[in-house]
Ligand binder design. Structure first.
Ligand SMILES: [Zn+2]
Length: 133
């Protein structure tokens, strides 16, 4: 075929499939924070700050409020870019939502949309905690 409008396929960049990446490529991938040429600092989005907190504080342990095993990172001052250890609290989802003031609105919405599921969940939680709440 001698059609001149047909473009040749784009050459793929990066290492060939099945081959290891070059040491330079691996070193470039490991540049974190301000060392990375694409670092945005505080201009990054709110979720980027949350992502940084997850990367910095990977093994956080149980909730400091109730002792639930699955903890989340809570930014005490509300600024997700402030990932100083003094600004991070370990809370479970329920304590986190209660601290942020989202829990009552969430429960209201859930009760309105799925009353049977919410009632069953509250019953099972109370049985598991021995009616402590
Ligand atoms: Zn908790």
């Amino acid at each position: 075929m001698t059609d001149s409008t047909v473009k040749p396929p784009k050459a793929k960049t990066g290492p060939k499939k099945g081959f290891k990446q070059s040491p330079e490529h691996i070193a470039r991938r490991k540049m974190w924070g301000a060392a990375n040429p694409k670092w945005k600092g505080d201009a990054a989005l709110v979720n980027a700050g949350r992502q940084r907190a997850r990367r910095i504080y990977q093994h956080i342990g149980p909730c400091s409020g109730c002792g639930a095993l699955r903890g989340e990172r809570h930014h005490r001052d509300g600024n997700t870019h402030n990932n100083d250890s003094a600004n991070i609290a370990v809370l479970c989802r329920r304590c986190h939502m209660a601290t942020d003031g989202r829990l009552s609105a969430f429960l209201e919405m859930a009760r309105a949309q799925q009353p049977k599921a919410v009632a069953a969940r509250i019953r099972s939680c109370r049985m598991a905690e021995g009616l402590s709440r």
